[in-house]
Design a protein around this ligand. Sequence first.
Ligand code: CTP
Ligand code: MG
Length: 555
Amino acid sequence: GQPRGHVRPGSSGAAVQRAPQAAAPEEPGEDAEVNTGKKTFTEVQTERLEQAERTVLIKCPPKLNENKLLQYLSSHGNIKSHFFFENRGIHALIEFSEKNSIASLQDAIGVPSAAEYHVVPFKSRLFTFMLKNPVSQAAEETPLHLSPQFHIPVKDLIQKLCHADSISSQMYILLNEYQLTDENIKLRYLVCSLVRDFAHAYFPDSTVKPFGSSVNTFGKLGCDVDMFLDFRDTQKHAAKMKKGPFEMEYQMKRLPSERLATQKILSVIGDCLDNFGPGCVSVQKILNARCPLVKFSHQPTGFQCDLSVSNSIAIKSSELLYIYGCLDSRVRALVFSVRCWARVHGLTNSIPGTWITNFSLTMMVMFFLQRRSPPIIPTLDQLKELADQKDKLVIGGYDCSFVSDLSKIKRTNNTETLDVLLGDFFEYYGNFDFRRNSINLRKGKEVNKPESSPLYIWNPFEQDLNISKNVNQPQLEKFVAMARESAWILRKEEKAQQMINKEPWGLAALLIPFGKSNSNKMKNRMKGIGSETIRNLLDSLKLNNPNSLQKAVGK
Ligand code: CTP
Ligand code: MG
């Protein structure tokens, strides 16, 4: 029951070895076999949200006996799964088999004494576990396995990549190190479920669901949690009313626009989180944005969260990417490598700006995969043809229907290796006619740009929106220059020689800021973008990653 691709987290070895075979020419059947059991996007979401409701988060003392804690909690019900992680102290995520175990536990636990602070009496599913007699009980401590919630630094990744035997296995190693783990996904759904508890106070029918990279199979450890408040049940009632000779409807407050309603709802929920939400800090209401949202940091889980109100189109793009990510193991491997490459070279940034976003980059990779011969993934129009009655959906006049059942989609015969695909990706975009053409995933074709934005990627569902409207000409040029450079590095590569010299090769060579390379030749070709070096250094500072700075300066 995991919304993941083929590569499992945790014990890296097995997964890394298994995945590349899936794309190997001699075993075309294996991929299909792995996929037959794949759940639909909605099934995964429903299952995960239900699981999150049976889950609590407990802050633990640094010294602890795991069995004793579990024993203590088991008196309230069976524990289905649990793990520990470090985030401002040790935390345990506990998943009970039954939801009512939580009520039983909540009945038995105390409220902090109000000696120093006055506590807001909101009872959440975040608890603190304490030892009554720390000195004697600490003696019984057992070593805890802590599940990592962040990926390794780029410097360490590069080391690992150097030991691989092909670019393809390098790409699977990167995927395995960076992708969300099952544990991290549980935490993401839990934080949504905790926010939902607040939303329920006002809107008992509402749910809070994650979207974006937390659920589209392209999330990396450390990425934000995008979540939205969903009132879909309210719309279901509207359908029921149509039957019979009578009608009844709720009396509801009417506002002049949907936008105003969204702003008002987000405003009160934002205040609620700010005033009463345990561990919710830096709550920021950004209500005047195109898509109004509340940003906050959730300290107990360590997530940066963006809460918005139901945006059906964004959810459909998450589902579309989920399908693409599940179809072929090469898809996620290529996206993770390209995103990591873009981050290292300052092409993407966590601060919004004129940079290409991860979302746009992912769409560019999808388009490239549609353009292979034979194509590796189908176009959106092809997915629409496979849609059945229950997949039909029109949002705001746009037909957003596409197949949800993965088993109905025919797998590709394309057997190209990731070694080839990575090099060709850079070559393809290094030579793309961005001046004239735009990227259209619905058609899977380059089409004339409808307007003059430097980079035009059609929103697959709102056909007159450009998802990369924010990108300016210099950023696009930088992307093209870096893509060309990378294609060149991969082509000229003497892997054997570089391995002997213990130099980073293949993907590893692409993850080092180019401006700092020792090769004079390379410096010459980088002439004209010398200031990039300085910008790369600044970017590595922004990355908040001392290793990449050290790497950039210290070579
Ligand atoms: N989205 C969109 N159009 C955009 C930007 C975003 O439809 N121009 C939707 C996409 O569904 C996207 C989601 O909003 O997945 C969240 O946006 P964002 O957080 O920017 O992208 P992620 O895919 O979550 O990637 P990241 O890991 O960088 O957060
Ligand atoms: Mg996101």
